[in-house]
Design a protein around this ligand. Structure first.
Ligand SMILES: N[C@@H](CCC(=O)N[C@@H](CS)C(=O)NCC(=O)O)C(=O)O
Length: 211
């Protein structure tokens, strides 16, 4: 929404724990039956789940052209978002998103030990590579779209874990992370300075990272 210039108010809900009765679950139960983030509340009406939120925004702000204009490209953008939404389980499990950390040594170990993570990275490169060459970049469907917003967290994981990528895909990761909306989101995350041990499979304390 930031990248598309859609105004909104962000309400951060701290992850104290995901157990029933936690402050997080209690707060989220007021706005979403799933008890998960993100949820978009528009004039008191809750929309939960990233795909549903993306579709709602595309309908609500048609002038922002959040999906590609051309029908087939739009269908392909929906396919890759759905593929990410429902898949890439090994990558999610073993390389959890962590904007504040820089752990290339963990990335190297995970890639060496887990063939399913290597498969996910290779599918990611294939998917990104095909779209970048078909549409000529700089984003997956030339101009910024929901597809780039969907893959921004994946780009952040590639950076956190120093995953080696071919030059074209590595350049795409850099461009996504440099998008003003994504850069603002990362700055916000860094400013939190909040260490949550239950969300940290690879660290017991924050590290000093030069940025
Ligand atoms: N399918 C949902 C997944 C949402 C999700 O997994 N949210 C996580 C944070 S990224 C969460 O709120 N976890 C807390 C919990 O599961 O209790 C979406 O795409 O929005």
């Amino acid at each position: 929404m930031t990248q598309a210039g859609i105004e909104f108010e962000e309400v951060a809900v701290r992850f104290d724990s995901f157990e029933p009765g936690s402050a997080f679950k209690t707060r989220m139960a007021q706005v979403a039956p799933t008890g998960q983030v993100p949820v978009l509340v528009d004039e008191g009406w809750s929309v939960w789940d990233t795909l549903a939120i993306a579709e709602y925004l595309a309908e609500r702000f048609p002038e922002r052209a959040l999906w590609p204009a051309q029908r087939r490209a739009r269908a392909r953008a929906r396919s890759v978002c759905a593929e990410l939404h429902a898949g890439f389980g090994a990558l999610r499990r073993h390389l959890p998103m962590n904007i504040e950390a820089h752990m290339p040594e963990v990335g190297a170990r995970v890639l060496a030990e887990h063939a399913d993570v290597r498969d996910d990275v290779s599918r990611l490169c294939q998917l990104w590579g095909e779209l970048l060459s078909q549409h000529g970049g700089p984003m997956l469907f030339a101009d910024f779209s929901i597809a780039d917003a969907f893959f921004a967290p994946v780009a952040a994981r590639m950076s956190t874990y120093g995953v080696p990528l071919p030059p074209r895909e590595a350049d795409y990761v850099r461009r996504v992370l440099e998008l003003p909306g994504v850069a603002a989101w990362r700055r916000g995350a860094l400013a939190e300075r909040d260490f949550l041990p239950f969300e940290e499979p690879y660290r017991s304390a924050p590290q000093a990272v030069a940025r």
